[in-house]
Write a protein that binds this ligand. Structure first.
Ligand SMILES: NC(=O)c1ccc[n+]([C@@H]2O[C@H](COP(=O)([O-])OP(=O)(O)OC[C@H]3O[C@@H](n4cnc5c(N)ncnc54)[C@H](O)[C@@H]3O)[C@@H](O)[C@H]2O)c1
Length: 392
């Protein structure tokens, strides 16, 4: 891939890192330590809605990224973000974006249902792709996209990046150390009262699982390994909602999910997600003090403090030390919004990430299997897997 953008010097990076708390990550520290200018990856962002407000500040402060184009089917949104982040090339659809100013890396932040076709268009055009979740609508198509990407020599990644956090690393290492004895069971939850801006969250192929449960599926499969089978109950608790883009709508995809998973060696886990969850601690993450992931073994218990996308620590108790003790309270530069920046860093430097398309596809299969289990009343066997344990 061509890259003609001037590299950012160490001094410039120091300045931008200081300007942005979010950008002052371990990535920056590594670059400074190496004292080498970063190769910036020419990047296009498609989908200029809510989450772009969280991605674009991090992208625009990264020494590995130059955002050169924006696209949204509501062109005024792309223009607004263009003005705010000083990106002059904006487009109303993927075709004109791909014909427009050249770039190497496509970041897909649209409605969930659109990712599959946009990821395909990006790969066909020879772009590396970072996709918000889900990476595709079905495992079959997702695997086809990954094969296409490999054949064209481009990378495909998907959110979320919970496996990149230092709390995930601590939990993973603790499990492998045997501190919990024989691991038996795990539970994870994530919910809020549901987005009120866009209908797609409640329409076919939306739902709380690909929007919220996906974080827990990624964390639990990362900690406990690939899933062999899934049994689920899904329901719709609020059949009608009012959303900004379409007014009053019927909810046709689950807004309440209970998913049981069978891992290897008898380990069972459970994820619950939903759009009808009052949260006494608010939804921004920083005040969440509950254990949203709990793992129990024959000799110990471990609870993740806060959400896995914004982890605040890990509480651990064992037979030898039965009082819960808090560990790993430092974020070490991890923020959930940095996935595309990590991907750009990987493209720039060759550094491998813990987040992989194979695991994203496995998580996608868990979600589609849960839907099938609900529809049929059966336990569903999974076919996909990924390299595990992760090299944290
Ligand atoms: N909002 C958040 O806090 C948040 C956090 C994490 C992840 N996400 C994920 O980010 C994605 C987007 O969510 P959002 O909240 O930003 O939604 P949103 O409705 O605010 O934004 C989606 C944008 O995509 C545009 N779009 C839709 N189809 C398109 C197409 N074919 N081509 C170009 N533009 C298109 C829409 O016009 C809209 O502006 C979802 O996958 C969601 O799960 C959102």
């Amino acid at each position: 891939m061509k890259n003609s953008i001037p590299a950012l010097t160490r001094r410039e990076f120091t300045k931008t890192a200081l300007l942005s708390g979010a950008a002052a990550t371990t990535l920056g520290t590594r670059i400074l330590a190496a004292d080498a200018p970063a190769r910036r990856i020419r990047t296009g962002v498609i989908g200029c809605g809510r989450v772009s407000n969280l991605y674009l500040p991090v992208l625009s402060h990264s020494p590995f990224v130059e955002v050169v184009s924006l696209c949204d089917i509501r062109p005024e949104k792309a223009r607004q973000q263009g003005e705010r982040f000083k990106i002059s090339n904006t487009y109303p659809d993927i075709d004109s974006m791909l014909k427009g100013v050249p770039f190497d890396f496509l970041i897909v932040l649209t409605d969930m249902q659109e990712h599959e076709q946009l990821n395909r268009r990006g790969i066909e055009a020879g772009k590396h792709v970072w996709s918000e979740k889900p990476i595709a609508n079905t495992l079959r198509v997702g695997q086809e996209l990954l094969r296409m990407a490999r054949a064209r020599g481009v990378q495909l990644w998907g959110a979320p990046i919970t496996v990149q956090s230092p709390q995930f690393a601590f939990m993973s290492r603790t499990l492998r150390s045997g501190a919990l004895g024989r691991v038996a069971a795990a539970h994870a939850f994530y919910g809020h009262e549901g987005p009120n801006w866009s209908a797609f969250f409640y329409e076919k192929l939306g739902g709380s699982m690909p929007d919220l449960g996906v974080y827990n599926f990624t964390s639990l499969t990362g900690l406990l390994g690939p899933v062999k089978s899934v049994t689920a109950m899904l329901s719709i608790v609020t059949p009608e909602r009012t959303v900004d883009d379409k007014g009053r709508i019927r909810v046709t995809e689950e807004d309440n999910a209970m998913v049981l998973m069978e891992h290897a060696d008898g380990v069972l886990s459970h994820v619950q997600s939903g759009f009808n969850y009052f949260n006494p601690n608010g939804h921004t993450g920083e005040n969440e003090d509950r254990h949203t992931i709990q793992i129990t073994g024959s000799k110990g218990y471990m609870g993740l403090v806060g959400y896995d996308w914004e982890p605040l620590g890990v509480d651990l108790a064992t037979k030898e030390k039965p009082n819960l003790t808090r560990h790993q309270t430092h974020a070490e530069g991890y923020i959930w919004q940095q996935g595309a920046v990590l991907a750009a860093e990987s493209l720039s430097t060759g550094r491998k990430l813990l987040v992989t398309p194979e695991q994203a596809l496995h998580v996608l299969e868990i979600i589609t299997a849960a839907r099938k289990s609900q529809a049929t009343g059966r336990r569903i066997r999974l076919t996909s897997t990924f390299d595990w344990p992760l090299a944290v």
